[in-house]
Design a protein around this ligand. Structure first.
Ligand code: GDP
Ligand code: IMO
Ligand code: MG
Length: 423
């Protein structure tokens, strides 16, 4: 068997959580392979709303195995809060959630370092989620990190050494902080973590594939936030692209099957960094209001703009996307016309590829399409799609040279329409 991978193609918050939940009944296993509690994946069903941060979005659908892979960075105190809230709402997860011993731990001092580095950058700050993601991945790559497996053996000494090293750095930055409460909760989180199956997830996942089990890998963030291919340095610190599923779970590239690429019918971004199609006018505000574009975890306002097909073509290329999922088109239901950026103008020259640097001087070239002016939120089949909407998705498929297989018309699990069902 192969694994299918589901990834965000923009700057995150495309709706990954919702679609993983919808697709989970078709799989035996759901696995997260990168990122950490910087993610906020929202699911809605039966009138309830849940936001997941480190726990895979397959946790609500029956008795599936959910895996937190080695590529994830885990904060024990945030994990405890998230898991306990789920259990309290009637969703037991203890035996179904397996955690890689090779996943790296986010320490309380990583969070403080995140804040200190951001403060030191001043106006050039990344606008991180403040969860310690960058410092934790830095320690991983510089071979100073602590892993989940470390809690099983001689942990106190390892923790003390890592903390002392961080304290030295914070001292050199003259950064004032109080770690007491953070550390107390973190230690409680470590004890809680011990009650879960801590596994060698690379053996587990490859073994399950050999047995014929099907696996869905859930990406976090989005391709434009990838540390190699995103809008560097305004990115996260992991590989959010499809290759991240190989390194973040221990899978060979020949194990990758379908690659689902998720995109909104427009575009959003949280935090700093370039965003060529950003709207600063009433239209941007309307999209924000209608799309409820506020961070799922931080509540931060998301910057909004038109769909960027230049960036999407690039994302599709670096991920090897085989099928597209279009989210939140319902937000544009009332618009007279809808714009799509098909090229960039750089120094007066029109280009249709994503350039090295999009920081300055990139002017979007738009095509304007007729809106469908129809409430699509109650539709259940593609047969009900208005003519203009069909024309819009055909245009996107042509531009992106990839089929759109799923259209999401609202936040609820039920508001999901599959296309080409007779295939
Ligand atoms: P993720 O990080 O990719 O899982 O996405 P988020 O959960 O951060 O943000 C997506 C937001 O859009 C959430 O509030 C979802 O409930 C909501 N959402 C998902 N799909 C749709 C859709 O098709 N239409 C509308 N209106 N909202 C949606
Ligand atoms: P999901 O999985 C949107 C952004 C932050 C910041 C940059 C670096 O919900 O799509 P970090 O804390 O990772 O060091 O911040 O990345 N960012 C996200 N934006 N959705 C996310 O996750 C994000 N995770 C990180 O806002 O600009
Ligand atoms: Mg999100």
């Amino acid at each position: 068997m192969k694994v299918d991978v589901l990834l965000g193609l923009q700057w995150g918050d495309e709706g990954k959580g919702k679609v993983v939940d919808v697709l989970t009944p078709r799989y035996d296993v759901v696995a997260r392979f990168q990122g950490g509690p910087n993610a906020g994946h929202t699911l809605e069903f039966e009138g309830q709303k849940y936001v997941l941060r480190s726990i895979p979005s397959g946790i609500f659908q029956g008795n599936k195995v959910n895996i937190i892979g080695n590529g994830v960075v885990l904060d024990p105190s945030l994990f405890k809060a998230e898991a306990e809230a789920l259990e309290a709402s009637g969703h037991p997860l203890k035996e179904r959630l397996h955690i890689s011993k090779k996943a790296h731990l986010i320490l309380p001092t990583h969070r403080i370092l995140d804040a200190a580095y951001e403060a030191a950058k001043g106006a050039a700050k990344v606008g991180t989620t403040g969860k310690g993601i960058g410092p934790t991945y830095t320690d991983k790559v510089s071979r100073n990190g602590l892993r989940v497996g470390d809690i099983l053996h001689n942990f106190e000494a390892k923790y003390a050494a890592a903390k002392a090293r961080h304290e030295q750095i914070l001292k050199s930055l003259n950064y004032e902080y109080d770690i007491t409460e953070l550390e107390k909760q973190w230690m409680e989180g470590i004890e809680y973590l011990r009650t879960f199956p801590l596994v060698d997830s690379e053996h587990e996942i490859n073994g399950l594939l050999k047995e014929g089990k099907s696996v869905l890998c859930e990406g976090a963030q989005g391709t434009m936030l990838d540390v190699d291919f995103g809008s560097y340095p305004f990115v996260t610190s992991s590989n959010t692209i499809c290759a991240g599923a190989c390194t973040g779970l221990g899978l060979g590239p020949n194990k990758i099957g379908e690659v689902y690429g998720i995109m909104k019918a427009y575009c959003t971004r949280v935090g700093s960094g370039p965003f060529p199609t950003e709207l600063f006018d009433e239209t941007g505000k309307t999209i924000r209001d209608l799309g409820h574009e506020y961070g799922a975890v931080t509540g931060r306002e998301r910057r909004c703009g038109w769909i960027d097909l230049v960036a999407l073509r690039y994302s599709i290329m670096v991920n090897g996307v085989t099928q597209l999922i279009l989210m939140k088109s319902d937000v544009l239901d009332g618009f007279d016309t809808i714009k799509a950026c098909v090229a960039y103008k750089v120094n007066g020259e029109e280009i249709d590829y994503f350039p090295y640097d999009i920081t300055e001087g990139v002017e979007p070239v738009y095509v304007e399409l007729p809106g469908w002016k129809t409430d699509m939120t109650k539709m259940t089949s593609e047969d009900e799609f208005p003519e203009e909407f069909n024309a819009y998705i055909s245009f996107l498929e042509e531009q992106l040279e990839t089929p759109i297989k799923i259209v999401s018309v609202g936040p609820d699990r039920a508001q999901t329409i599959e296309r080409y069902t007779e295939e």
